[in-house]
Ligand binder design. Sequence first.
Ligand SMILES: *Cc1c(COP(=O)(O)O)cnc(C)c1O
Length: 400
Amino acid sequence: MDAPRDRWQGRPCWAEIDLDAIAHNVRVLAERAAPARLYAIIKANAYGHGALAVGAAALEAGAAGLGVVCVDEGAELRAAGLDAPVLLVGATQAAEAERIVELRLTPTVCGTQTALALSRFAAARGVTQRIHIELESGLNRHGLPADDLVAFAESVRALPGIEIEGVYTHFAAAEEGDRAFTDAQYRALLEVSARLPWIPVRHCAATASILGAPEMALDLVRAGLGMYGYYPAPGLRDTVPLRRALTLKARISRVGEVEAGGTVGYGRTWTAERRSTVALVMCGYADGLRRALSNRAQLLVRGRRAPIAGRIAMDMCMLDVTDVPGVAPDDEVVIMGEQGGESIDADELAEIAGTISWEMLAGISARVPRLYYRNGELAGVTTLNERVPEFVRAAAPAGR
Ligand SMILES: *Cc1c(COP(=O)(O)O)cnc(C)c1O
C-alpha cells in the first residue's frame, strides 16, 4: 500500500506506531496490576514511540498518570496540554524547583536543599507541591537508605507547601529473575513504608514485576517496556498478551550490481562472493539502526529476510538482496516489525547488537518521523519540526 509519503518528510525512513496496541497494552497491564493504579512511563520520548502521542493514548486507555525522567520531558507534556500527574523518576536538583512548581510536576526528592527550594516556591505561590521519596534498596544510584529516608521524610513533612505523596523503590534485578534479591527489596520498602504510614502511595513495580510478580503492585505500578508490547525477559511471555506498537521502516533508494570481489561500504568489510545485487536503504545509525548490527542483522524486503551488507553508515545502509527477486527502488524495507508473515523485532536486533530492547527502541532518533495509527487510519504525524501530533493538538485546551 502506498503511504502518503511526501506529506511529512523528505527522507524515506519513518516509524509507524499503532496506538490501539498501546491502549491494549495499557489495559492488560492495568488489569494485571489492579487495584493498583498504572503510571505510563514515557521517558526518552516514550522509548522512541513519541511521548505526546503515547502519553495521550495511555491516559485515554486508563493510565492514572505519566512518568518521565527530567523536567524538560515534563515541560514538553505540559506545553502540549497534557494535564495528568507527571512523576519525575530521576533525581531532581534544587535549581529546578521553580520550574517544577510552575509546571505542576511531581518530583522524586531525596535531598534537603531541593525540598527547601520546592517548599519556598510552593508556599510563595500558595500551592501544595507533591513529591515522592525513594528508598535505596539495592540499585545504589539515588534514593536514601531506610533510616535516612525516615528522618528525611519527617523533616520534610514539617515544611510548608510540601506533601509527600509517595514512597518507592526500584528493583535491581527483576528482569533477571533474581527473586530473592527482588523480594528483599520489596520487604525493605514495606518496612520503611510501615514507619511512614502517613504517606499514602507505595510503589516498586516496573514491567517485569507487573508481569512476573503482580502481588508487588502495591498502590501504583510504573509501566514502561510492556506498554510498547515487549517483554522484559523471555520467561514472562506467557503472562499476558502484549502487542508490539512500533514498526520501523525505510525505503530503498537505489538498487545496484556488485561484481564478485567487489566490496560494499566504509572499511570494505563486505566482499561479494558472487555477482550480487545490493540495495541502498535510507536508514542509518543516526536513525537508530545501531552500527553494531553491520554485517550481522537482517532486514525485511518483499516479505523476505535479507542480510545487511557492510557497515551501517550514519544515514543509510546496504542490503544484499541477491536472493530476493524483484527488489526495486521505492520498495519498503522493514527494520523492526512484520512484513509478509516474516517478523524482526527489537529483541532480535538487541540480541545481535549485544544490548537490550529498551535501548533499541529508545535509540530511534528525533529525526525519524512518527506516523500514528488508530483503527488502521493515520491519526497524526510528528517530525523533527512538528513535535505535537494532530490528535493531541486538537484535544489540547485552547490557548496552549
Ligand atoms: C524506566 C523506569 C521504569 C519503567 O521500567 P520498564 O522496565 O520499562 O517497565 C519504572 N520505574 C523507574 C524508576 C524507571 O526509571
